[in-house]
Design a binder for this molecule. Structure first.
Ligand code: SF4
Length: 245
């Protein structure tokens, strides 16, 4: 049951524990709460089943308590990092879930493109801001992005994560990093053969992903961009396009 005090959360899937496959928490055992719905529609989105409204019938409106019970069941009641992802999890009311989890010793990380800010960002343990580069065909609203940093009030550990497909994306990543010198930067090669909903075991061009990774490493080192960290998507290396791992 949802209630006015604690509104429902639109959930696409809850799974784990598995490892975090990307960015600042890479390799850390994690339970994922993937919310449904996104205010963006990136050309290469790898989570369309949680974005495209055609799949909204697979999403479930759950009370924070129901989400929490699922997290407890998956983790066996042992505190673990909970990753709030999507879609854009920032458009969901997640404050109560975070409070509830904290009271039982769990930690929360959230990744968002930075288009919507919420007061409860300050309650997160980790906030990953992942503005989308030109290849996404989205336009970044930097004022909205700044509002996310303001809402977080420097309380969570924060990082910038940037997907890079090409030279334009790389230039965008450098601009974003220069804009926010206080944030550590994680670069990630894009997956140009992302999963399609209903066919998550579809072919992935791993050789293409790895050659983009090599290209990115060369570019960063040649540029002497020594603050950037270049990371693959670990789950893609392990499981390709498979969903729920
Ligand atoms: S912001 Fe993320 S979830 Fe939303 S469309 Fe873009 S890649 Fe997909």
């Amino acid at each position: 049951m949802t209630c006015a005090l604690h509104p429902g959360i639109r959930v696409s899937e809850i799974f784990g524990p598995t490892i975090q496959g990307e960015g600042v928490l890479i390799g850390l055992p994690t339970v994922f709460v993937r919310t449904g719905g996104c205010d963006y529609r990136c050309s290469w989105c790898d989570s369309l089943h949680a974005v495209d409204r055609r799949f909204r019938h697979d999403w479930e409106m759950m009370s924070p308590d129901a989400v929490w019970q699922k997290v407890i069941a998956l983790s066996g009641g042992q505190p673990v990092m909970v990753s709030l992802s999507g879609g854009n999890p920032a458009i969901q009311p997640l404050g109560h879930l975070i409070d509830r989890g904290h009271s039982e010793g769990y930690r929360f990380a959230l990744e968002t493109q930075g288009s919507v800010s919420k007061q409860w960002f300050a309650d997160l343990d980790v906030l990953v801001l992942s503005p989308k580069p030109p290849s996404s065909e989205m336009t970044t609203d930097w004022a909205a992005f700044d509002a996310c940093l303001e809402a977080a009030q420097d309380k969570p550990q924060m990082a910038l994560k940037l997907v890079v497909f090409d030279d334009d994306d790389y230039a965008y990543a450098k601009d974003a990093a220069a804009r926010y010198p206080q944030l550590p930067v994680y670069l990630q090669p894009g997956n140009h053969t992302p999963p399609r909903p209903g066919n998550e075991d579809a072919f992935i061009d791993m050789a293409g992903v790895m050659s983009r990774m090599e290209w990115l490493v060369e570019k960063v080192t040649r540029d002497r961009w020594f603050e950037a960290r270049v990371l693959p998507q670990l789950h893609v290396l392990l499981w390709g396009n498979k969903r729920g791992v």
